[in-house]
Write a protein that binds this ligand. Structure first.
Ligand SMILES: Cc1cc2nc3c(=O)[nH]c(=O)nc-3n(C[C@H](O)[C@H](O)[C@H](O)COP(=O)(O)O)c2cc1C
Length: 233
């Protein structure tokens, strides 16, 4: 199995979210210990990826190929290689960080220009058979809960992947993953994420694990007092 990790945090390796993603990958590797997956990682922040020019040359002039000669070619190649793509990113303004949105826009060469008559609201068919590929979204955010903060992400990926065709792992209080003094709780949470990775490979994340993933790291009032005090201003 080929796994692609797209790290969309501008903080690269220092990403809070990446802690969860690494725990999830550990769980996957544990489930597949007899046949370890191949894992490729792309740190989007360090890559040369420019905005889509909207010229449609990837549909008209050079079908399937963008006119921009930058690192997006690597991303496309890896997306086609991967059986499972894990999008690992922080929540920015209730949405994706800008450069990750650019990566999504630049996937246009993976689609065909024709209209899909059976897609609600409209759509384009895929240029390649992506039907067996799997998608997982892993994200942390700064507010006390993930609940209701990911509505726009969910709406977007429901359109891109199809409702129910991808798995999400969203966690509030993300900055706490950097706080050594709180590591007893955060490590406990990461153990649940690892369990989720293992279960994902063995038929799906169980209801019980999903409920544990939705538990707050700390109660809202405790977290918000810690968060406010942390700025020291
Ligand atoms: C520009 C910016 C916008 C943000 N917007 C939100 C937001 O809308 N909701 C939220 O809960 N957290 C928001 N955050 C907090 C991050 O999502 C949070 O710190 C996250 O854990 C960072 O993850 P990373 O270390 O993987 O990049 C924002 C942070 C920044 C820098």
């Amino acid at each position: 199995m080929n796994i692609l990790v797209i790290n969309g945090s501008p903080k690269g390796e220092r990403s809070n979210t990446l802690r969860l993603t690494n725990a999830f990958l550990e769980g996957i590797s544990y489930a597949r210990k007899d046949n370890l997956p191949k894992i490729e990682r792309l740190n989007i922040a360090q890559m040369d990826i420019n905005s889509c020019l909207g010229c449609f040359s990837c549909w008209k002039t050079t079908p399937g190929k963008c006119c921009l000669d930058d690192d997006m070619q690597i991303v496309i190649e890896k997306l086609l290689w991967a059986d499972l793509t894990i999008w690992s990113f922080p929540l920015y303004y209730f949405s994706l960080p800008g450069k990750l949105k650019t990566v999504i826009d630049r996937q246009l060469p993976l689609t065909l220009p024709f209209m899909l008559s059976n897609a609600e609201g409209g759509g384009h068919p895929s240029r390649y058979d992506m039907s067996k590929k799997k998608t997982v979204l892993i994200s942390t955010c700064g507010f006390y809960t993930a609940e209701s903060n990911y509505d726009s992400i969910i709406a977007q990926f429901n359109k891109i992947c199809g409702k129910g065709n991808y798995t999400t792992l969203f966690c509030g209080q993300g900055e706490l993953f950097q706080v050594l003094e709180l590591s007893r709780r955060t490590e406990e949470y990461l153990t649940v994420v690892q369990q989720a990775g293992q279960e994902y490979m063995s038929g799906g994340i169980t209801k019980e694990t999903n409920l544990k993933l939705q538990e707050l790291l700390f109660p809202r009032d405790v977290f918000e007092r810690m968060a406010d005090a942390s700025w020291g201003i």
